[in-house]
Design a protein around this ligand. Structure first.
Ligand code: AMP
Length: 399
């Protein structure tokens, strides 16, 4: 089965054509600057890369370019569109309505639209991506895979904020969580690597990239996660503050004369490790600066690691123990030194890192010592594969 996976942003569109059964990736690519001038980078497996400016006035034009290049006689990987069995779309917010992936129909589109106030930047872009595919490939079955769905198993005590209950019932204010596809994928892979049923494992998954979140996955289900009503909650990230005292907002409005919109923007785009260090939001730059003696870069790293360490501890408490910790995403997959700093002091949970095994990048590995009571793993995330698998499963079930 060949599945086209689409991840549409406001001016970009990432795609991958893959077979979820063999896990073979036929091609992947990125359309950028949609609505401005347009650029397409198309990487077909085993063939030349196509990297050029291409006119893309809107998402429909971008999808058309993607389908054209996929069938191109030099850069293409399929002979005709008939070879594409279905399309899987990443959708950021599914609110409380979507607890699983679903085949897209009119009712589902209404549901995704109803979630726009919860994700005003992301859901409209996802909708545009779906509509563009519908226009260009009206007969292909399409599936929506939500970033929030995996966390819908959280119990009320985990997702409720201690604010007036009517904010929840009338305004939908609650913890939703994000990165669900990634947390689900790596927790399932962890169970497979440990050769144990996921139904008996308590796993803390740490998705540490430019955006960062942890998840307590108990017996295969998310029971708590660090991101909340928005991705702003929880851990400090590249440029996001993570959880802070809500009173700081008003205080800064008074002290610095900012509008609340401006404070929100600073908390999203000028905070996190960039805000503390003043150096960069990229952990590679921070590690290099810290090595050269930059104290604020070191402080940003230490603050980040300290908060991830605490989240692993609190997730273990939420699950009544922990059998495995999993690292994934840009930082989690590539930085042995940050992983080591995060795990320092967690030996009391039976999590003992092996420094040599930890010296690994980019491939699945067990990082804990052979006699560590519990496991530490590194698993490269693969949201596209998860979306393709979900799409194939639903399309097969519908037949
Ligand atoms: P992601 O959002 O998952 O793509 O992760 C992107 C982030 O991963 C980058 O901003 C970097 O901070 C981080 N990253 C990538 N490679 C490395 C590395 N070798 N060492 C430390 N951090 C890295």
């Amino acid at each position: 089965m060949k599945i086209l996976v689409i991840n549409a942003g406001s001016s970009s569109l990432k795609y991958q054509l893959l077979d979820p059964d063999t896990q073979e990736v036929l091609a992947k690519g990125l359309c950028e600057r949609i609505g401005l001038d347009g650029h397409l980078k198309h990487t077909p497996t085993g063939k030349d890369v196509y990297d050029a400016d291409v006119d893309m006035p809107d998402h429909e034009a971008a999808i058309k370019e993607v389908l054209t290049i996929l069938q191109h006689n030099h850069y293409g990987v399929i002979k005709s569109m008939n070879e594409i069995d279905a399309v899987g779309h990443r959708v950021v917010h599914g609110g409380e309505e979507f607890t699983h992936s679903v085949i897209i129909d009119n009712k589902v589109m209404r549901g995704i639209r109803a979630c726009i106030p919860l994700a005003p930047l992301h859901n409209p872009a996802n909708i545009v991506g779906i509509e563009a595919c519908e226009d260009v490939m009206p007969d292909k079955p399409m599936v929506a895979v939500f970033d929030t769905a995996f966390h819908q198993t959280m119990p009320p005590k985990a997702y409720i904020y201690a604010v007036p209950y009517r904010w929840y019932t009338e305004n939908k204010v609650r913890r939703y969580g994000f990165h669900g596809t990634s947390h689900q994928y790596v927790s399932e892979r962890a169970a497979a690597m440990l050769n144990r049923p996921i139904e008996e494992l308590r796993i803390v998954t740490c998705h540490l990239g430019n955006g960062a979140s942890t998840c307590a996955v108990k017996f295969g289900k998310s029971i708590d996660t660090s991101m909340g009503f928005t991705p702003q909650d929880g851990l400090p990230m590249g440029t996001r503050s993570g959880a802070i005292d809500a009173a700081i907002m008003d205080y800064i409005v008074d002290q610095r004369g900012y509008s609340s919109k401006r404070v929100e923007n600073v908390l999203n785009k000028e905070s996190g490790v960039l805000g503390i260090s003043g150096v960069s939001s990229d952990f590679r730059d921070l590690e290099a600066a810290a090595k050269e003696g930059n104290d604020r870069a070191q402080l940003a790293i230490d603050n980040f690691c300290y908060k991830v360490t605490k989240r692993i501890g609190s997730s273990a408490a939420a699950m009544g123990g922990v059998d495995a910790v999993v690292f994934t995403a840009g930082v989690g997959e590539n930085s042995p030194s940050l992983r080591a700093e995060i795990m320092e002091g967690l030996e009391f949970l039976g999590l003992v890192m092996d420094p040599e095994k930890n010296n690994v990048r980019g491939k699945e590995a067990i990082l804990s010592t052979d006699d560590s009571p519990n496991a530490i793993l590194m698993i490269p995330t693969n949201e596209e594969l998860m979306i393709a698998k979900e799409t194939a499963r639903l399309v097969r079930e519908a037949k």
